[in-house]
Design a protein around this ligand. Structure first.
Ligand code: 6GU
Length: 256
């Protein structure tokens, strides 16, 4: 997968050289390209913002640098023009914004199947709205929010979304099963968070590991994990349980 990130703070993305994502990049599974929006300005001060039409506080990102940046970045599809006769990849533009659709694991699953994502990181009060409208004439555009709070810019939200998508790419995680058992994973875990986990030693500072986990009874372990997951979801995320279709709960679940 190719990911282009356009930002006035390319240095913000240093963490993408580390850990799983760093390895995915080194192995060629992931091609992340950072672009400084200011390289598409033409004035001496590399201006990217201006005062909002209609008045009000703060500044708005000017459309011209964004238009040029998106034209330049999307002009060069991954793998060149591709095989003769094959259609070139179409980029999907992601606009991180607190006014976007809430980003979920279902979005991540869908985005992980795309060949090419472009993230446009806004700062200040946001990007002139015509940028999204103009880009939408050439590519799919999604406005996404990572939660109900306001960040100073789209950079940290982009890091969150890139990490969430990247770990789903084939070959990035050692164990595919771990993805299927994640909290929110499509299927069994869609309306549940994961319960507690334990490792050795069996007793630590007087705290014991739940004995069922040492029993070797896989059926009992699965049942226990499901019960703990239900209990933790009820405690921390009652909203998820309310949205769970009734047929997802078995007879035993209702007693937990
Ligand atoms: Cl994507 N951007 C900003 N600036 N704030 C946010 C957000 C995004 N998601 C939640 N808050």
């Amino acid at each position: 997968m190719r990911i282009d990130i356009i930002t006035i703070f390319p240095d913000y993305f240093g963490p993408l050289e580390l850990s799983l994502i760093g390895k995915a990049r080194a192995s060629g599974i992931l091609d992340v390209r950072l672009h400084d929006l200011r390289s598409w300005t033409h004035d001496r001060h590399n201006t990217v913002d201006d005062t909002p039409y209609g008045g009000g506080p703060g500044m708005v990102m000017k459309p011209e640098p964004w238009g040029e940046a998106l034209d330049a970045v999307t002009a060069d599809p991954p793998g060149g023009a591709g095989q003769a006769g094959a259609a070139p990849a179409v980029p999907r533009l992601i606009l991180p914004t607190p006014s976007g659709v809430p980003f979920t694991q279902a979005h991540a699953d869908r985005l992980a199947a795309e060949p090419w994502l472009v993230f446009a990181c806004g700062r200040y009060e946001g990007i002139d709205s015509r940028v999204a409208r103009d880009a939408a004439q050439r590519m799919p555009v999604e406005e996404l929010s990572i939660g109900d709070y306001v960040l100073a810019g789209g950079e940290s939200a982009t890091l969150v979304m890139v990490e969430t998508v990247s770990r789903l790419l084939p070959g990035v995680l050692g164990n595919r099963d771990s993805v299927d058992q994640d909290s929110f994973a499509t299927g069994e875990m869609q309306h549940l968070v994961e319960g507690p986990v334990y490792t050795k030693p069996a007793v630590w500072r007087g705290h014991e590991v739940p004995p069922v986990l040492l029993s070797g009874n896989h059926g009992a372990v699965d049942r226990w994990r499901r019960d703990e997951s239900l209990r933790k979801t009820a405690r921390n995320r009652p909203d998820l349980l309310e949205r769970m279709p009734a047929e997802r709960l078995d007879r035993h679940d209702r007693e937990v």
